[in-house]
Design a protein around this ligand. Structure first.
Ligand code: BGC
Length: 273
């Protein structure tokens, strides 16, 4: 069994867990802290350190695996002795560990060497991945798009809209399809995300019409074989699926809230292994 720590940085919360990267199961509780207000690299890295420290101190984790078997915080030395890969999902375009954009986090992430920063903080190589790509990775590997041939588009519906393109199981990263211009709206996630629905106080039927325009645009551009819809809202598909007017088959994500954590952990095993 391969194990890794996955950390998912969102606009409102930072979540982490230890993951069995063969099956996608969580091997620990999922721990969450609020995202610090500015969400600067310093603040996020230090919140991630707190989370990992708490994760490694969980009695359940220690009881199951034993202190030496997995990872232990070397408190005496004031440092870390982590024997698992760590992956971090961020709402940013990520190329070679460098974050090139920042959505709902500080603009200090733009051009920041996030991989070097997290690796220094934990004393092991840390892999960095876009949050929607992490979710797509998890769904393709062991979730709702597992074994799917052709093109799958995984979307995460939350504060923004994240996208991951998976062709025959292979991820094409950093597609940022939440920012498409549709119907004259230059950044369509601003009207079609669940947060936009709440902000505008519209019904699920009205929101479904906006979402349909979005998925129809993706169909026109990419002719996918499958849409996978994830993000927090995917735990209540009955609210919006009946209002979704698309030709392409739609699967609800297997992992919704945990997809970023699982995908980041799985990516870490591949990227740092
Ligand atoms: C960001 C993406 C991110 C998505 C979901 C968008 O605003 O540009 O990088 O994947 O939100 O968090």
């Amino acid at each position: 069994m391969a194990q890794a720590i996955g950390i998912d940085v969102g606009g409102t919360g930072i979540k982490a867990a230890i993951v069995d990267t063969t099956t996608g199961e969580l091997l620990s509780d999922r721990l969450t802290v609020e995202t610090p207000e500015q969400a600067t690299p310093e603040q996020v890295v230090s919140a991630a350190q707190q989370l990992v420290a708490a994760l490694l101190e969980q009695p359940a984790v220690l009881g199951t695996f034993g202190l030496e078997g997995i990872a232990a915080r070397d408190a005496a030395a004031g440092g870390w002795n982590i024997e698992m890969p760590i992956g971090v999902a961020l709402p940013s375009v990520v190329v070679d560990g460098i974050t090139l954009s920042a959505a709902n986090v500080s603009t200090q992430w733009i051009g920041h060497d996030a991989a070097a920063h997290f690796s220094r903080a934990f004393g092991v190589p840390v892999a960095i991945v876009n949050d929607a790509d992490a979710a797509g990775w998890a769904e393709a590997h062991s979730g709702a798009a597992r074994g799917q041939r052709g093109l799958t588009i995984v979307t995460t519906l939350g504060t923004g809209i994240g996208s991951a393109l998976i062709q025959d199981g292979l991820l094409i990263p950093n597609t940022e399809l939440g920012h498409l211009e549709i119907d004259g709206e230059p950044d369509y996630e601003r009207v079609a995300s669940p947060v936009a629905r709440e902000r505008d106080g519209i019904s699920f039927a009205e929101w479904g019409a906006r979402l349909s325009r979005y998925y129809q645009a993706l169909e026109r551009l990419f002719s996918p074989r499958l849409f996978v819809i994830g993000g927090g809202i995917s735990s209540a598909p009955e609210l919006f699926l009946p209002h979704l007017d698309v030709q392409t088959p739609v699967h609800i994500a297997r992992y919704n809230q945990n997809a970023g954590i699982i995908g980041a952990a799985e990516f870490a095993v591949v990227a740092t292994g």
